[in-house]
Design a protein around this ligand. Structure first.
Ligand SMILES: [Zn+2]
Length: 417
């Protein structure tokens, strides 16, 4: 097992303080958007060895059986199947959707064959993997997630139309058009057409976005959709005139309390708006953007990828096998997340065994103990435990309670003890 050094990505939407505060570190002064814990080649963690250090992906390449174990290798091959992040959004991320494994494999192969450079702005697929993900809120966490019903979306658009009429302003032609599109009988098709009409952008869309934002800036109509409209106004401040401002009104507006989680399967369009969370995903960086961005949007590929069927917010329930032990198991094989809270001096009997594990100490301090090795971890420290370290226990320091997050593969059955 190894202590890890993890890269912090400085994407512009990142908070300058949340990650540093949470992990008990000094802020860098730059935006700190995501800390990556894992072996994704985009920003692999670095393992601290007795002498020197090594990239975690290279250590795994050199000993896949010892570090990943037979179950993980049989299911996912010779790479660590999951990636864990601490994510801190100060301002909204792009609307985005992730492909299925088949789409990613086909798309990646096609772009490789065309020799599109991996960092080209038009490149869609950075790797051949899908990227189902989950996010667990550590603070209040705001997001857009999947389509609301066409009826609800139409209600919002109609409220805007009425609002324009009441104030005597000209109603932008696009709004009644959007309303009648959303009223079409086949719901997924209605939503798809509404979305497709907006995402292609152009002067009419950006003019309507600006007119709506100007109207909402004067006041927000009261009622059940005030939060959605406030969000649209806020999004226009970050991305003026962007089609994503109107698209956001078609989406579920989600507020998570700390400890609540959602999972995002392939095809679910979503955007994180604000807050600190722990995100776990299949080890992939495949993102198709769908608005709220100045970057490239491949509209055709996007329309092939987004699932337009409205769905309730995919909230993820926890199970609790013992006091202080919570498990979030989304319906994906690649990963699960656990939270372990221990009273001072007490011990968690056994961390997941025979599989790869990443541990993050969120508060307090503790010791990871395997047969031949122990690792002391303080607040903000992380460790990788290879499959061959078996069994491994976690003990809290004598003075404070310990809170640790543990990510591992999803198909793993807990070993009885
Ligand atoms: Zn995502």
């Amino acid at each position: 097992m190894y202590k890890l050094n993890n890269r912090v990505r400085d994407y512009a939407w990142g908070s300058k303080t949340l990650i540093a505060d949470y992990l008990g570190r000094r802020p860098s002064g730059a935006p700190e958007a995501e800390m990556w814990m894992g072996a994704h080649p985009g920003a692999p963690s670095v393992a601290l060895l007795n002498r020197g250090h090594a990239r975690l992906d290279e250590l795994i390449d050199a000993d896949p059986e010892g570090l990943l174990g037979p179950d993980s290798r049989a299911a996912f091959g010779n790479a660590l199947p999951f990636l864990m992040k601490v994510l801190a959004a100060e301002s909204p991320l792009s609307l985005q959707v992730h492909p299925t494994r088949e789409q990613a494999a086909t798309g990646f192969a096609a772009e490789e064959a065309l020799r599109v450079p991996k960092d080209a702005p038009t490149r869609n697929y950075k790797d051949p993997n899908h990227k189902p993900e989950m996010i667990l809120a550590l603070t209040d966490f705001e997001a857009l997630c999947g389509f609301r019903s066409a009826t609800e979306a139409k209600e919002i658009v109609d409220t805007l139309v009425t609002f324009f009429q009441e104030t005597g302003a000209d109603v932008p032609r696009l709004l009644p058009h959007l309303s009648s599109t959303l009223a079409r009988p086949d719901e997924p098709t209605a939503i798809q057409q509404a979305f497709a009409g907006l995402i292609r952008g152009g002067d009419e869309v950006s003019g309507t976005v600006s007119a709506v934002a100007l109207m909402l800036a004067s006041s927000i109509p009261e009622g059940p959709h005030a939060a959605a409209m406030k969000t649209a106004l806020m999004l226009n401040e970050a991305y003026p005139g962007d089609p994503g401002v109107l698209i956001s009104l078609l989406l579920n507006r989600v507020s998570l309390r700390p400890g609540e989680a959602v999972y995002l399967p392939a095809g679910n369009i979503h955007a994180y708006l604000h807050g600190l969370g722990i995100e776990v995903m299949a080890s992939s960086d495949n993102v198709l953007r769908g608005g709220l961005t100045t970057k490239h949007i491949d509209v055709d590929e996007l329309l092939r990828t987004v699932v337009f069927t409205p769905l309730p917010v995919p909230r993820l329930a926890t199970t609790s096998p013992a006091k202080g032990h919570l498990i979030w198991q989304p319906p994906f094989d690649e990963f699960q997340l656990q939270r372990i809270e221990l009273e001072p001096g007490t011990r968690h009997p056994e961390l997941p065994a025979g599989v790869p594990v990443i541990v993050l100490v969120a508060s307090g301090s503790g010791v990871v103990e395997a047969r031949r090795q122990t690792l002391e971890l303080g607040k903000g420290d992380t460790a990788f435990l290879g499959a061959k370290e078996n069994p491994v226990t976690l003990r809290a320091g004598a003075k404070e309670p310990l809170v640790a997050f543990v990510a591992t593969i999803g198909i793993h059955e807990p070993v009885p003890h």
